[in-house]
Design a protein around this ligand. Sequence first.
Ligand code: NDP
Length: 323
Amino acid sequence: MKAIRVDRHGGPEVLELVEMPDPTPGEGELVVRLAAAGLNFIDVYNRMGLYPTETPFVPGQEGAGTVVEVGPGVEGWSPGDRVAWTSVLGSYAELVRVPARMAVRVPDGVDLETAAAVMLQGMTAHYLVTDTFPLGSGHRCLIHAAAGGVGLLLVQLAKRKGAEVVATAGGPEKVELARDAGADHVIDYRSDDFAEASRRLTGSDKPFDVVYDGVGKAVFMASLDLIRMRGMMVQFGNASGPVDPIAPLELGRRGSLFLTRPSLQHYIATREELERRASDLFSWIESGELAVRIGHRLPLAEAATAHRMLEGRETTGKVLLLP
Ligand code: NDP
């Protein structure tokens, strides 16, 4: 089979298309023929070595496809079944070994590309608004990078919960997408100071119950200053670089704030949680309540180009790699 392999950490150029032996399923595993792999910022961190990953490795955490072989000890799966997964390293490959405990069934009403597009970013948006800070009507939140993969889904799910959403996005096209997704106000934080604009738009010095920050370094401190007393900073990503260390006193000084740094893996830690989040997403897709924007489809062989685009802020919505 063909796969992308990383032999040493580095820039996009370390993503090489190679020929590898077809995998066989181990105990508790499925082998799946890939229909689409999802590109995520975590793939960049794995590639660079920011999140430690031993080389050589096949990158990619997310995908969907069709089961071709079922390993010993697996029950309930057969060849031909449609399956999707996240948090399974090795997904940039024509054939992927997926632990059955991480596999979810894709309903007939959801195509495999859409399934691949929502497993990681969709379940992230789901846990952020449901469990990290359970949003409701009466809450006002700030969502950074709202036209991105997580962003467009997060805006929709925050609106679904009844919250008022202020969003940031870089450039006019992205601003339009965030608005279409339902954001009440969108700030182009490339041309405008988002903190000042947030205060202006809301008429409040500390307008937010919660900030969802997947951008990190470039926006973190200014965002912290926008949170109301006892509100929460949900710092969930580093698209602009990891946030500098911060003293707990800084949280006290700004109004007894809560700071959390959540990770998807801890919110799909049980089979029940994984299935609940996936089945919510699939049912909202089937009913038309959740729109999934696949902004870019590239051949698997062009994984390096896809990474350059993602890191260069050139993408909107989901980026898929197709075998
Ligand atoms: P996106 O599709 O959102 O792409 C990243 C976006 O971040 C860019 O399009 C850009 O949007 C914005 N950005 C701002 N500054 C920079 C910069 N200096 N370099 C690159 N991009 C920048 O990616 P994902 O949806 O995959 O991920 C979004 C964030 O969420 C990432 O930080 C990721 O790590 C995190 N994440 C965290 C998870 C968790 O469980 N903790 C799970 C999934 C994702 P714009 O041009 O509008 O600024």
